[in-house]
Design a protein around this ligand. Structure first.
Ligand code: IDP
Ligand code: MG
Length: 139
């Protein structure tokens, strides 16, 4: 399996609830290397652009409000099979359906406020990483 990269955000609820350290610990112990990381806050325009694929969905307004209400931790992670393995580590979108031991099972409150983002493809991982980081910020 080839080494590749995924993009994650510890979302505003994870930051507000003091879960940055615990989630990063799970990420590290699951074998991901942190390639880039920062505390940042998305503007309305940032969130609308980042989640443009969902702009026709009924929850879009709520999603933009949520993702802009406070700081997030944005990061790029590297590992063999990173995209797929990170989706496994975070668990289902709805924490009620997330497997035991996953980040969303442990730290997410609802399908909307679900603590963490993980890219869904190599192509989107590259787009999302480039949205948040300049090339010189990747290690
Ligand atoms: P994902 O984050 O597991 O890839 P997506 O379907 O891509 O899930 O949705 C993006 C984000 O939109 C979710 O992580 C969640 O924050 C929000 N979201 C998805 N479905 C719903 C919903 O039914 N109600 C409210 N928010 C939702
Ligand atoms: Mg998604």
């Amino acid at each position: 399996m080839a080494k590749n990269r995924t993009f994650t955000m510890l979302k505003p609820d994870a930051v507000e609830n003091g879960n940055i350290g615990a989630i990063l610990e799970l990420i590290n112990t699951s074998g991901f290397r942190i390639v880039a990381m920062k505390l940042t806050q998305m503007s309305r325009k940032d969130a609308e652009t980042f989640y443009a694929v969902h702009n026709e969905r009924p929850f879009f307004g709520e999603l933009v409000e949520y993702m802009t209400r406070g700081p997030i931790v944005a990061a790029v992670l590297e590992k063999d099979n990173a995209v797929e393995d990170f989706r496994t580590l975070i668990g289902a979108t709805n924490p009620a359906e997330a497997a035991e031991g996953t980040i969303r099972k442990k730290y997410a409150a609802s399908i909307g406020e679900n603590a963490v983002h993980g890219s869904d493809s190599d192509e989107n991982a590259a787009i999302e990483a480039a949205f948040h980081f300049a090339g010189r910020e990747l290690f």
